[in-house]
Write a protein that binds this ligand. Structure first.
Ligand code: TLP
Length: 351
């Protein structure tokens, strides 16, 4: 891909920086299947501490983090309650059904958020006919909700409504780092209301791969068992853990820049005729709705690609732009000009 291309498809597209590559090259490693990779052990201890949990398990992907957490806390036939726009419903290839044999009870709510009363209504009665409501999954930030952040108090209230009924809570914290950068809360502030929490190192933090699940020791032992069953236990994975460590040390504080860039993009694009920004921009994502007179979202994405801007459609008339480590404010301004040209509008001045 040429340097002229601006890639806003996802924050997963970042490449390891030279300093991160050095940290990876210098990592002390061992065989993590045998439990003796010191860098993986150190990362797991660090994540447990950051999340305020007893233990953590390093896994290859955010999907495996969610799916091992679901498998560890459910039985086949159980029901998992989650927002209808959740990542586990849209983008994990049906794995809750395939890997855990669970059903999903989807909840409605603006921007991926819902209320304690929604959970209460969804809980099944305890009788021989009904599935067992076993797990609530809350996504923070919420991807299809526009990168929306759960206000801490609301998160606590919703999680408590489940836990009071004996339902465990999993926090899909793939972008918990963004939620914390936006609010000033710590990951543990959110995680203390959940039984398990996942996080990703390969999104806004800029590592090439890797995620983790944290929770109590017994649950994490089950997560580690299902990680092996699902084929995700790696050998000298300390090279990846070193990238994650480096990312935690050097790339967390700068996430506010991605949020500022997403706001900059939203302000400019909302002024382009035929485009609108349907969801508040709270973190590093900006969703844009395209008037059908400019074609479908997929068609617009093709035109943008031809002009050197990569973005992805998320609905027939909706396009997602994601800001990240490899994107500067100047690149955002260039992206705005590409979009304006593609929809035949004069480029908008950017504040
Ligand atoms: N999200 C990806 C795509 O799968 C859509 C992206 O580009 O945003 N939870 C959340 C909230 C996520 O957004 C993602 C990835 C995951 C879990 C899964 O992570 P990976 O891709 O590492 O399996």
């Amino acid at each position: 891909m040429s340097g002229a291309i601006i890639d806003l498809r996802s924050d997963t597209v970042t490449r390891p920086t030279p300093a991160m590559r050095r940290a990876m090259a210098e990592a002390v490693v061992g065989d993590d299947v045998l439990g003796d990779d010191p860098t993986v052990i150190a990362l797991q201890e660090r994540i447990a501490q950051v999340m305020g949990k007893e233990a953590a398990c390093f896994v290859p992907t955010g999907t495996m983090a969610n799916q091992t957490a679901i498998r560890a806390q459910t039985e086949p036939g159980d029901e998992v309650i989650a927002h209808e726009d959740s990542h586990i419903i849209h983008y994990e290839t049906g794995s809750p059904a395939a890997l855990s044999g669970v059903m999903i009870r989807p909840l409605r709510g603006h921007a991926g958020l819902f209320e304690a009363s929604d959970v209460e209504e969804a809980v099944r009665p305890n009788n021989v006919h009904s599935p067992h409501s076993a797990l609530l999954v809350i996504e923070n930030t919420h991807n299809r909700g526009g990168g929306a952040v759960w206000p801490l108090e609301r998160f606590a209230r919703v999680a408590a409504s489940a836990r009071q009924r004996g339902i465990r809570v999993h926090l899909d914290g793939a972008r918990i780092w963004n939620a914390c950068a936006a609010t000033g809360h710590s990951p543990a502030d959110y995680a203390r209301h959940a039984d398990t929490v996942s996080c990703c190192f390969s999104k806004g933090l800029g590592a090439p791969a890797g995620s983790a699940v944290a929770g109590d020791r017994a649950t994490i032992a089950r997560v580690a068992r299902f990680r092996k069953m699902f084929g995700g236990t790696m050998r000298q994975s300390g090279v990846l853990a070193a990238a994650a460590m480096h990312a935690l040390d050097h790339h967390r504080a700068r996430m506010v820049e991605d949020h500022a860039n997403a706001r900059r993009l939203a302000e400019a694009l909302s002024g382009v005729p035929g485009l609108s920004v349907p969801l508040p921009v709270e973190t590093n994502m900006c969703f844009v709705d395209v008037d059908p007179r400019h074609g479908s979202a997929a068609e617009l994405c093709q035109r943008l690609k031809a002009a050197g801007l990569l973005v992805l459609p998320t609905a027939p008339q909706r396009v997602r732009f994601v800001c990240h480590l490899d994107v500067s404010a100047a690149m955002i301004d260039a992206a705005v000009a590409v979009v304006a040209r593609a929809v035949g509008a004069a480029p908008q001045p950017v504040a």
